[in-house]
Design a protein around this ligand. Structure first.
Ligand SMILES: O=c1ccn([C@@H]2O[C@H](COP(=O)(O)O)[C@@H](O)[C@H]2O)c(=O)[nH]1
Length: 246
């Protein structure tokens, strides 16, 4: 069954204010597929409180905690997230924590009555080829390294990965069954900001992404676009227009 394009959008609620996040979720619910909450909001307002508040207005939660620690600590954090229940659809952890950490996370999730989908973050979309080769001393090309991490995530039992839209094709070819979630989404009318490996929403879906994470272009759109609801509507219209021409 085909998923309508708007359900593929996950809005990143990056704010320290729970009231603002809840107001955005209430405003955008029904226009998009769900909401991503992460380090800023969860640190400011508390993860259980955030999950409960977003769920209370009918939003499903992608918990982007990007766990990265020793296996025992990550396993404990995964169990604590599972306790939050079905309101949490997805949880992230960094693939660069290594296979022992990823396997510990999967085992921890499987030991619980409910578990969210576990997604491995490959290479952050704010990093470009120069940063990867220079500061981080990674010898492979970006796409090659992302595919290596995606294979590792799949082999450890994760359900999917987070990567830029530029690597979606290569990941699909290597790991056909993993879910692929792509941040770094920038409509042509939005600025790049701190993102480096970016792509417009329709192009990212065409590339084969399952979900598009979109933050500032919706939550803080250019004045000419209007408010968050108008920005979301415009992106959905762009996706539907592109979908019809496929
Ligand atoms: O590689 C990654 C992994 C996660 N993110 C998160 O996605 C959103 C993107 O927000 P924008 O405002 O659309 O840039 C943000 O919450 C990041 O923490 C990512 O950008 N890249």
């Amino acid at each position: 069954m085909q998923v309508p394009p708007h359900e593929r959008i996950l809005v990143a609620l990056d704010t320290p204010e729970l009231d603002r996040a809840v107001a955005l979720a209430a405003q955008l619910r029904g226009q998009v597929g769900g909401f991503k909450v992460g380090l800023e909001l969860c640190t400011a307002a508390g993860t259980p409180q955030v999950v409960q508040a977003i769920a209370a207005v009918g939003g499903s939660v992608f918990l982007d905690l990007k766990l990265h620690d020793i296996p025992n600590t990550v396993a404990g954090a995964v169990r604590a997230v599972c306790v939050l229940g079905p309101a949490v659809r997805m949880l992230t952890l960094h693939c660069t924590g290594g296979s022992a950490m990823l396997r510990a996370a999967v085992a921890a999730a499987q030991s619980m009555p409910y578990r969210p989908l576990l997604l491995g973050v490959t290479v952050l979309t704010s990093l470009d080829a120069a940063a990867l080769a220079g500061e981080l001393q990674v010898r492979q090309e970006v796409a090659e390294y992302v595919v290596h991490l995606a294979r590792m995530a799949r082999d450890c039992g994760l359900d999917g990965v987070v990567a830029s839209p530029h690597e979606v094709g290569a990941i699909r070819a290597a790991c056909p069954d993993v879910r692929i979630v792509t941040p770094g989404i920038r409509p042509l009318w939005a600025g790049e900001g701190d993102q480096r490996r970016v792509m417009p929403p329709a192009a990212a879906l065409r590339a084969g992404a399952d979900y598009l994470v979109i933050g500032r272009p919706i939550t803080n759109p250019p004045a000419a676009i209007g408010d968050p609801a108008a920005a979301a509507a415009r992106i959905v219209a762009e996706l539907e227009q592109d979908h019809r021409t496929l």
